[in-house]
Write a protein that binds this ligand. Structure first.
Ligand code: PEP
Length: 250
């Protein structure tokens, strides 16, 4: 049995003060939810204040990116050990980072290894564009992303990761993949590729989230699919309805 895991990716939204004000409103309700792992991923500068507020709570904290080197001349980057005092998770390879900041599967692979070496759980993102989807390239493209991201890793390492399948055409657009589409790609492409690389045991253990316009209206239906183990939520994680989204998934 894989425990559902729902994480909110706040992207470049909320100052530290806004993050604390928002979470102060909803943290008790989130803490009262049983049987689902929950995390929020604020912008880096808000993370210490959020960690302070959530001390002792069951709500995990994730960063939205991280560099793979330990330290050095990498202006603007954050090293794994800078996140460790505050974070349990780190989102890696989000499509927006691939699109705007040149993130590659090779870089994501290095970042996953660095995160695991520091005890952080990577949330590894994959997903196809609208053009690829319409051209029938989804399977090969997403499978290739998984193979690149998980290259030269052991099954034990892969088991510690979470994968988020996020079709780019569904992110922030209000277009959600149908349960059949999302569950089908997660089962037949993402989990199947993990099985091909690491075997069935790892494929059955690894948690695979769906992301792309998940809201309180569709979370129940999406999470009911046996292959969908949670959600990576953007826009809907910025409002109090995030609580309903998780309750409905439950
Ligand atoms: C995301 O950015 O990971 C995401 C899924 O965004 P949204 O929920 O807004 O589509």
């Amino acid at each position: 049995m894989r425990t559902l895991f729902i994480a909110g990716n706040w992207k470049m939204n909320k100052t530290a003060a806004e993050a604390v004000a928002f979470l102060s409103e909803i943290k008790d309700e989130l803490n009262a939810i049983e049987g689902i792992d929950i995390a929020v991923c604020p912008p880096a500068l808000a993370i210490p204040a959020v960690a302070d507020l959530l001390k002792g709570s069951k709500i995990g904290i994730g960063a939205q990116n991280m560099y793979f080197e330990e330290n050095g001349a990498y202006t603007g980057e954050l090293a794994p050990n800078m996140l460790v005092p505050f974070c349990n998770y780190v989102i890696l390879g989000h499509s927006e980072r691939r699109q705007y900041f040149g993130e590659t599967d090779e870089g994501v692979n290095k970042k996953i290894k660095a995160a695991l070496a520091h005890g952080l759980t990577p949330i590894v993102c994959c997903g196809e564009s609208l053009e690829q989807n319409q051209a029938g390239e989804t399977h090969d493209f997403v499978s290739g992303q998984i193979k690149g991201a998980f290259a030269n890793m052991t099954g034990a390492e892969a088991t510690k990761c979470v994968i988020a399948y996020e079709p780019i055409w569904a992110i922030g657009t209000g277009l959600t993949a149908t349960v059949e589409q999302a569950g089908g790609i997660i089962g037949n492409t993402v989990r199947a590729t993990i099985k091909e690389i690491f075997g069935d045991d790892v494929a059955q253990k690894i948690r695979i989230q769906y992301g792309g316009s998940v809201s309180e209206k569709n979370s129940a239906e999406l999470m009911a699919h046996p292959d969908i183990d949670g959600a990576l939520v953007g826009g809907a994680s910025l409002k109090a309805a995030f609580v309903d989204l998780i309750k409905n998934a439950q």
